[in-house]
Ligand binder design. Structure first.
Ligand code: CA
Length: 231
């Protein structure tokens, strides 16, 4: 199996060193850049499996780079993890809006970083091989779109049409964080009537009916929601 390629764009040398060292030790092929402009051309040249992208960078910033890579057919399959500082929640929402696959907040341990990188790579493969499946399973949760049925541990949960679509979308991308805007446009689509457009209300409805503690759908403060990855 060929080594997975990772590009890191990070302007703080100490952090770059730690990231690079730990990912190389895990057997990844690592390429690095310390400013946005060089980083973007490096990512375009290398076409990595995954990009670790700092937000605040000299030259182009992380949002511009993310948007550029996800809008370029040659590089759009590159998975992107944004590296953010505490208090940059609004930037996280922006980043997810332009296609980032996940984010990690500084400070983080090398162990946490490696786990996150592997989870995103694993999810990326899932998305590539099964774009929309009729049957989705996450832990005890099973969704069958052909029967329009949701069960937890074999017990049926009755959801509204909107709740069903929302849960199906989240469960098809376990572990991935979505902003409310993303859930509205991707999970609900255009045919949802205006009164239905309050994501929080639907999430509350789903949680109540699923009655799981802790809830399967987590609130990510200031950002949005994700379904816990139980794999
Ligand atoms: Ca920085």
């Amino acid at each position: 199996m060929s080594k997975k390629k990772i590009v890191i764009i990070e302007d703080e040398p100490d952090i770059l060193e730690v990231l690079s060292y730990n990912l190389k030790r895990e057997g990844f092929d690592v390429f690095t850049a310390t400013n946005g402009t060089l980083g973007l051309s490096l990512a375009e040249k290398v076409s990595p499996d995954l990009l670790l992208l700092d937000l605040m960078l000299p030259g182009l910033d992380g949002i511009e780079i993310c948007s550029s890579i996800k809008n370029n057919p040659a590089t759009q399959s590159t998975l992107i993890i944004m590296v953010t500082a505490k208090g940059e929640e609004s930037d996280i929402v922006l980043g997810l809006g332009v296609g980032a696959d996940d984010y990690i907040t500084k400070p983080f341990s090398p162990k946490e970083l490696v786990a996150r990188v592997k989870a995103v790579l694993r999810r990326g493969q899932l998305v590539d091989t099964v774009p929309t499946t009729e049957k989705v399973r996450v832990g005890d949760l099973a969704i069958d779109t052909s029967k329009y049925e949701v069960t937890i541990g074999g017990k049926e949960v009755r959801l509204t049409a909107t709740e069903f679509r929302l849960l199906h979308y989240l469960a098809s991308n376990p572990g991935r964080v979505f902003s409310r805007e993303q859930l509205l446009s991707r999970a609900m689509g255009d045919d949802v009537v205006v009164v239905d457009r309050n994501i929080d209300v639907h999430i509350r409805g789903i949680r109540k009916k699923m009655d799981m503690d802790p809830p399967l759908i987590e609130t990510i403060r200031g950002v949005g929601y994700r379904l816990r990855d139980l794999a």
